[in-house]
Design a protein around this ligand. Structure first.
Ligand code: SF4
Length: 356
């Protein structure tokens, strides 16, 4: 039975309006992108608005180290607002299951994160001291399972005694082992650096080859090492999937892959090739300084609003600040001879071996 009261006609008109709105919403959902994807985009856009724009712009404006610190502080403060997971794909305030993020939104968010990190670390660079491709190759092999600082403290002695592949190829292994002892795994590393030096002399005329397929044939050289050398000694784009890179890209939900080769391919597909080398530095620097394995300093993180993992670490800004490492926490970087851009930005070189 229909309604008999005088308001009946009005109610019907209102009902028609609601039905039309519902239909139009349904149409949008079925014909265009899914409502969930749109919601994910909106979340991303809102995160971008809340997010590190200030950090990026302040740093880009060239305000120096103080400006960058302020940017980190500002972004960290806004990061608190992201505690409920503003980034797409993060659990929302309602506690509902994470919404899927569209491919487009993921690419936009990933590139946004890289831009923010580039603003925070405009001077990012390889943290191994080197003067030529041979030194970088050897230093990268030595850096497995130890810090770049330890390698930087060790290589001056090694290269003073064996400056070229020809010298190291004919070195006495026991003498090299003694020099490399502080780097750990010194016997295996000695075998690798002598072996790769021999291969360079015998197969490449004493020169480091500039091709991936040649580099990975050298003893102790995998794709990660090869990309470090290609990217930083030859200017050829490469993604360096080290332990920091693996941890961070998974926290950011850039990929669910766990094998380095697959991570490399998945992340590489989100960025233009020309960005790969610097992207690797930005991610690794962030992993070393702020987004640590055990206690990420979320409350002091410039990309908190874009990060689905915000809250995995300390969210209180004051407590988070104490977790910062290297120059952002008042400690030096890892290079004994850092690039000028790093020094100009207020970075501090590592202390020489034996210094307090
Ligand atoms: S998990 Fe890492 S990247 Fe994400 S907010 Fe925390 S410190 Fe930042």
């Amino acid at each position: 039975m229909g309604e008999q009261n005088p308001g009946g006609a009005k109610k019907t008109a209102k009902g028609t309006k609601v039905t039309a709105a519902k239909k139009s919403a349904a149409k949008r959902t079925t014909t265009g992108r899914s409502a969930r994807a749109e919601a994910a985009d909106e979340l991303t856009a809102s995160a971008e608005a809340v997010g590190g724009k200030g950090a990026a712009e302040e740093s880009a404006a060239g305000k120096g180290a103080a400006g960058k610190r302020a940017a980190v502080k500002k972004a960290a403060a806004s990061g608190q607002e992201a505690a409920s997971g503003r980034a797409a794909g993060a659990p929302g305030v309602t506690g509902r299951a994470p919404k899927p993020e569209s491919r487009t939104a993921l690419v936009r968010r990933a590139r946004r994160i890289d831009r923010e990190l580039a603003a925070v670390y405009p001077y990012a660079h390889p943290e191994l001291d080197f003067e030529n491709s041979f030194q970088l190759l050897v230093a990268t092999v030595l850096s497995a399972q130890t810090t770049d600082l330890r390698v930087n403290q060790t290589t001056p002695g090694l290269f003073a005694k064996y400056p070229t592949p020809e010298d190291l190829a004919v070195a006495n292994p026991e003498e090299v082992e003694e020099i490399l002892r502080p780097c750990g795994f010194f016997r295996a590393k000695t075998r690798s650096v002598i072996g790769l030096s021999k291969a360079l002399v015998e197969e490449f005329g004493g020169e480091v080859p500039g091709r991936l397929e040649d580099l990975v044939k050298l003893p102790g050289v995998g794709r990660k090492t090869a990309f470090v050398v290609l990217g930083n000694a030859f200017g050829r784009p490469g993604i360096t999937v080290d332990t920091h890179f693996q941890r961070l890209v998974r926290r950011w939900r850039w990929t669910e892959e766990t094998e380095p080769d697959k991570i490399e391919a998945a992340v590489g597909a989100l960025f233009p090739k020309s960005d790969w080398t610097m992207l690797s530095h930005h991610v690794i620097w962030h992993g070393r300084r702020i987004c640590h394995a055990r206690k990420p300093a979320c409350g002091a993180c410039p990309i908190a609003p874009l990060c689905p993992a915000f809250g995995e670490g300390e969210t209180d800004p004051e407590k988070a600040k104490k977790l910062l490492k290297y120059e952002k926490g008042g400690f030096p970087g890892q290079r004994l001879k850092p690039p000028q851009a790093y020094l100009d930005a207020g970075g501090i070189p590592a202390p020489p071996l034996g210094a307090a």
